[in-house]
Structure formats: structure tokens, C-alpha cells
Design a protein around this ligand. Structure first.
Ligand code: RNT
Ligand code: ZN
Length: 420
């Protein structure tokens, strides 16, 4: 599409939105200020660099063997740079502890990690003007035997407490170096395949372990602690120690960030409805935007009703300073770069779409108990010329349109990925 046509379509669309009290230009500007944290693990199927040929454990799964996965830190960072060239706005990168790098012959175990092992990531993020987020990796390791922080075995538990403490120090160093708070998100897979005899003890242990992990205080301008709940995992179907109630309680009591992963609830339960409630009681929220198909399958995020509902809540609550948007999915059955691009662009489209709703009309109708009009405006919003505004956003950002980015990914695949 020519620039002339993009601009002409944009002008007409703007007028239609203005008729409904919506300022499309202001929406585009606002979208630019919302960073999305890109999860590094989409690029290599959650393998990391410690032991890339080892098994992915913890009840999560990346299925597929599409060629071209990143095998080295350089390849992974290069892939992320390419993804970032295809999306507008300025973003963040979310790194797991198992992506640490060691000078030759100086490998340390996870309980001994320090900020120097993240130096390459930090320097790279600085060069690329990216914020960074971090995570302890409490799976895919010989010390994880179905339990980590909630293990009854003191040796195992202490190893993971030490690891988590190490990651908080690293996250603080990252946040300080980059001048933007680094969210350090704790997720543990601990649980039982079959019906437990004692559901209480592991939860008490987890509570105490977390207290030990969080004993050291950090400047919130550098590091923010988040805790992520889950309903079940593969091999932990009957009982997951870190359930929603557990972490909701822990986060409220200790004023930690609560992580809401879209795939971590019952199949028909959505996280959009949880935001307004949780934000009343926890200081901030980390979103793991994901797409579960029948289970927590971590499919690539697409512009579907669930994603739009999340974006609508975010826009309506307008507390972007309290909600961190991160992606969390891993699909190894398609081009991994495309998977990232589709997810980031879908998230941005959902936010823009939500910002372009005639919310004044919808909320006004609701306030005056005219629920008929509320439904009518909700329907009308769906067919407004959204695409014209999205195209203009891409053009202004000098990134390809939806109809153009795929060709660039195919060229990258032929020139770079196919040679791996
Ligand atoms: C697992 C959780 C967790 C992981 C990442 C790799 O179900 O969603 O967030 O996906 O930490
Ligand atoms: Zn998650």
C-alpha cells in the first residue's frame, strides 16, 4: 500500500473516530509509551545456554522442531534485534537465569550466579535502549525433582533459595544499570501428579522459603519482586503448591507484584476480569500474556477476544504504571521470529483497538442505566476502521505493515536461520 493511500485512509478513519469522541492520534501516541517485555525463551524453545540439549522439565512443553532455533547468545540476541526492527515502540527483554553466560572454564551452578554472568545481556540491552526483566529458573536442573522452593528436603530447598536470592541481586544490578526497574518473576512448577495426602505442608514450606528469598531489601527503582501462580502443569495435575489463592494471599500480605499468566487458570476463566480486583490489593501486576488451547499450551498470542478483553481492561483502568506487560509462550512448530512478531504486534493491536473504542458513549450509557445503548455501542466499535489507524502507526514508526513483515521474515529465514 502506498504512503498516499495509508494517509488518505487514516484521515477518513480519524474523522469517523472523532465523530464518536475518540482521538485516534492521541491513541497512537499513547501506544508508543507502552512497552512489551519480549520473552527470550521463544527463540530457543526454553533451552537456555547451560545445557541446551537437556530436557525441559517443570511440566511445560515446547512442541515442534522447526529449523533455525537460536543456539548461542549471539544468535538469540540477533534474532530479538531483528524482531524489534519489525515492531513499533520501545520494548523490554525478559531473560531467564538459565540464559546466563560464563567465561570459558568458569561455569558456576545456579546458586552461585552473579550480575557478571548477565553482563553481555546488560551491555546489549543498554546499546539497544531496552529495559530488561529477569526470572530465577527453578526447573530443567538436576536439583529439581518435582519440588524446588517447597521441597521437604532442606538441601534442595536451600539450593533454590540461594538461587532465587542470587537472581534478585542480579535483577537489581540490571535495573540499576539500565535505569529502569527490572521485574524478577518467581515461578515454581512444584506439585503432584496424583492426589496428595497433605496439601498444607508444601505450602507452609513455600511461604517460609519465599520469606527467606525476600529477606534482603532492594530499591524498587531497580528491582521488583513478582510471584506467579498456576493451576496445574504436566505431571502436576492434581496439586500445584503455588496456586492462585496461595500467591494472591502472599502478594497481598507482603505487597509483592502478582503475576497473572493467561494460561494458568481454568480453561474458561480469563485474566481480564482479575485486573481491577487484584489492583485494589497488590501494588503492581505482571502479565504473562499467553494463549492456552485446551490447556496451558503456550500458543502464540493472537488478536482474539481474550487478548482484546485484557487490553480493554488495561486501557480502561489506565494504570499502565502499575501493570507490566510481558509475553509468555513458546512455539517450536513455526518460524520462531514470526511467532514473536505475531505476538508483539497482536498485543499492540489489542491495546490500540481498546484505545479506539467509543468508551465515553459506552460508559455513559452504563452510568445512566441504558444497557441497550451500551451493548449497541460495544457492537458498533467492532467494525470501525481500526486497520487504517494501525497501518498509520506502523508507517509512522517506520516498521512494515501487516501485509509486509512476513516477506522480511522469510528473507531472514533464508539468509540467517536456514544456515544454522
Ligand atoms: C510456566 C510459567 C512460566 C514459564 C516461564 C518460562 O507455566 O508460565 O512463566 O513459562 O518462566
Ligand atoms: Zn508464565
Amino acid at each position: 500500500m502506498s504512503k498516499k493511500n495509508i494517509d488518505a485512509a487514516y484521515k477518513l478513519a480519524c474523522e469517523r473516530y472523532a465523530d464518536l469522541g475518540v482521538n485516534a492520534n492521541a491513541a497512537m501516541k499513547k501506544l508508543l509509551k507502552i512497552p512489551v517485555s519480549l520473552h527470550c525463551w521463544q527463540g530457543d524453545d526454553v533451552r537456555g545456554f547451560e545445557n541446551p540439549e537437556g530436557d525441559l522439565t517443570g511440566g511445560i512443553q515446547a512442541t515442534g522442531n522447526y529449523p533455525g532455533r537460536a543456539r548461542t547468545p549471539e544468535e538469540l540476541r540477533g534474532d530479538i534485534e531483528f524482531v524489534l526492527s519489525l515492531v513499533g515502540g520501545s520494548h523490554r527483554v525478559n531473560v531467564h537465569a538459565c540464559y546466563a553466560e560464563f567465561p570459558k572454564g568458569h561455569k558456576v551452578d545456579r546458586d552461585e550466579l552473579c550480575p557478571s554472568h548477565m553482563k553481555n545481556w546488560i551491555d546489549w540491552a543498554k546499546r539497544n535502549k531496552l529495559g530488561m526483566d529477569f526470572n530465577p529458573t527453578l526447573f530443567s536442573h538436576p536439583m529439581f525433582n518435582g519440588f524446588s522452593l517447597s521441597s521437604r528436603d532442606k538441601k534442595i530447598r536451600n539450593f533454590w533459595i540461594k538461587h532465587t536470592i542470587a537472581t534478585r541481586r542480579i535483577a537489581a544490578a540490571i535495573g540499576k544499570a539500565l535505569g529502569s526497574p527490572c521485574v524478577n518473576n518467581i515461578w515454581i512448577p512444584d506439585g503432584y501428579k496424583d492426589i496428595p495426602a497433605d496439601r498444607e505442608t508444601p505450602r507452609k514450606i513455600l511461604n517460609d522459603s519465599l520469606d527467606a528469598c525476600f529477606a534482603e531489601k532492594f530499591d524498587p527503582r531497580h528491582m521488583l519482586d513478582a510471584v506467579e501462580s498456576k493451576l496445574f502443569g504436566i505431571g502436576a495435575e492434581s496439586y500445584t503448591v503455588g496456586s492462585h489463592e496461595f500467591y494472591m494471599g502472599y502478594a497481598v500480605k507482603n505487597q509483592k507484584l502478582l503475576t497473572l499468566d493467561a494460561g494458568h487458570f481454568h480453561p474458561t476463566e480469563t485474566i481480564s476480569d482479575k485486573l481491577s480486583a487484584c489492583l485494589l490489593f497488590v501494588p503492581e501486576i505482571l502479565l504473562h500474556v499467553s494463549r492456552g488451547v485446551r490447556w496451558d499450551s503456550d500458543h502464540v498470542v493472537i488478536l482474539n477476544d481474550d487478548l482484546i478483553a485484557i487490553a480493554q481492561e488495561l486501557v480502561r483502568l489506565n494504570q499502565f504504571n502499575r501493570v507490566h506487560i510481558g509475553l509468555d509462550y513458546f512455539d517450536a512448530s513455526i518460524n520462531r521470529i514470526a511467532a514473536w512478531v505475531i505476538g508483539v504486534r497482536a498485543m499492540q493491536k489489542a491495546l490500540l483497538y481498546a484505545m479506539l473504542e467509543p468508551i465515553k458513549l459506552m460508559a455513559g450509557a452504563e452510568k445512566s442505566d441504558d444497557l441497550t445503548s451500551r451493548l449497541a455501542w460495544t457492537e458498533t466499535a467492532k467494525t470501525l476502521p481500526f486497520c487504517a489507524i494501525w497501518d498509520k502507526f506502523c508507517e509512522d514508526q517506520d516498521v512494515p505493515l501487516d501485509t509486509e513483515w512476513l516477506a522480511e521474515v522469510k528473507t531472514f529465514e533464508a539468509n540467517v536461520l536456514a544456515k544454522r
